[in-house]
Design a protein around this ligand. Structure first.
Ligand code: G3P
Ligand code: MG
Length: 250
């Protein structure tokens, strides 16, 4: 039983998987998140040259693989030919850039997946994502977020049942007004935990919005987010948050 009395228990989102302890956005990082007891994944997506949605943060493969080049200029076969694990630790050699579909296949159906659109490729990614979510039965358990709110509006126009979340770095008193600015129905707000004061989420929650803060890695900030009643906490260290919620901090 959780020991956070009188507080709702937040969804633990493994940010890029358990990326504090495994190479970000790889199946190894998502598997480790599951082992550590996360409830959800946050991951970043781009479109390959041949129209496959792939899971990688940057628009190039240079930082997180042994290759180089732009994601959008490479086919999925080329992208999966490079190593995405050894840069982090030699023991992860052999990890590849996953296709989004592979992460959906890895995640048990109850795991919530926050898909962050990094590069929409001039609107080409959205219809492919809608088709994939429908085909994999993931409309209910995926929240699509982006700093590019036009991309989210585009998604909602294609499929009104999709849940979308606004990502932002703003310092605001009243976050609940953001959906009006986005011009579409919004499911969740994704504020940068470092960028706003005072931290008050009662307004958005009263407006029926979920609040998922990022990237919350230290025990003190995790405790602050729990005390605020945050609905979801996006962290590189899901095991640390799980232990804190159980009252057995590492
Ligand atoms: O979705 C929250 C967070 O992932 C946004 O920033 O750069 O880590 O993708 P970034
Ligand atoms: Mg992200």
């Amino acid at each position: 039983m959780d020991t956070v009395s009188n507080k709702k228990v937040p969804i633990i989102f493994a940010h890029r998987g358990a990326s504090g302890e495994a190479p970000e956005n790889t199946l190894a990082a998502f598997s480790l998140g599951l082992e550590q007891g996360c409830d959800g994944f946050e991951l970043d997506v781009h479109l390959s040259k041949d129209g496959e949605i792939v899971v990688i943060h940057d628009d190039t493969i240079d930082r997180t693989t042994n290759g180089s080049g732009k994601v959008r200029d490479m086919t999925v076969e080329q992208l999966q030919a490079v190593d995405a694990g050894a840069w982090f630790d030699e023991k992860y050699k052999g990890e590849v850039i996953p296709r989004l579909e592979e992460v959906f296949d890895l995640a048990p159906p109850e795991i919530v997946i926050n898909v962050e659109i990094k590069g929409s490729c001039e609107g080409k990614l959205e219809p492919i994502l809608v088709e994939l979510l429908k085909r994999k039965g993931r409309l209910d358990t995926v929240v699509v977020s982006s700093f590019d709110w036009k991309s989210l509006k585009h998604l909602k126009q294609l499929e009104p049942a999709i849940k979308v979340g606004l990502l932002y770095n703003l310092n605001l008193d009243h976050h609940e007004h953001l959906p009006a600015a986005a011009g579409t129905e919004v499911y969740s707000l994704h504020p940068n935990m470092k960028r706003w004061e005072p931290k008050d989420i009662t307004g958005p929650q009263a407006a029926g919005l979920q609040v998922y803060g990022w990237t919350i890695n230290q025990a003190e900030t995790m405790t602050e987010a729990i005390e605020m009643g945050m609905d979801g906490i996006i962290t590189d260290y899901p095991g640390r948050l799980k232990a804190l919620l159980k009252g057995t901090p590492a």
